[in-house]
Design a protein around this ligand. Sequence first.
Ligand SMILES: [Zn+2]
Length: 306
Amino acid sequence: MIRYFVLYYKRLGGDRLNFEGFDFFENDENLKQRIESLYSQNRQPHAIVIEGAVEQRCEKLATFLTMRAVCRAENKPCGKCEQCIKAREQAHPDIYYAQPEKKSQIYSIEQMRSIIENASIRPNEADIKIFVFRSAEKRLTPVVQNSFLKLLEEPPQNCLFLLLCQNSRGLLNTVLSRCTVIKIKGEPNFYEDSLDLAVEVAEGTIAPSEWQLLAALSQFSDRKKADETLAILTEIFRDCIAVVNGIDTIMNKQLAEKLSKRITTGMALQLVEVTEIARRKIPQNVNMELLSAFLCGEYRRIIWQR
Ligand SMILES: [Zn+2]
């Protein structure tokens, strides 16, 4: 009897997940099981918070989920169909990546309004519309989260909202309670190391003498750690902009306030740009000592005009 039910259920189109080709899941059996249970019994979560220390891992899971949602094959995501490919390349007309405002780096209330409007319109190609919010806890201010709440309370049919964040505590409880939260285990030790180093570098940038900044940057020998540190550093400089603009949802308020005494919004924008340039050089096999020297010079030039 049970067996019959299982067969019947599968014929009804119960989701079968395909993890093949997604090596991202290989070392994380817990995550795999979590995703499987999420989609078991043909459930369709309408809002998922993906929480993880490492941004790229959250991003990969988001891509997997968007592909799964639009794929037309039996085992989803197949990774080969047109829908999967468009989703992977972030070129699918029904998958919308919210873009933060250039200056403030937050998702504006106007943008949220247009998303709310858009969510009730039928999808183009897929059977579902997906809205992705990166760095949700930092870019969605409490006011914008509140306007989003109405959408979560009465979600339109066939919509999926993905909220990516490093720390879900930055989201309002009322929002969190209406979402399914998936935590990705990062490499916490590694992350804490990078976090400490990022703070050290940030504090070095506003120190009057150069040696403190150089001492911090000289710890950039490990590429992976440097990459993570620079990613966090970008967020720290963005927090600086947020604090100047009176936005509350930031990672380390104390540090941001300290930095903003010396760093203007204009400088912070340049710091973000330079940090991102440096970060892009890491996978291109740049010499790490040269990279440290480059950053030291640029940071000093931007903040101290020397
Ligand atoms: Zn597919």
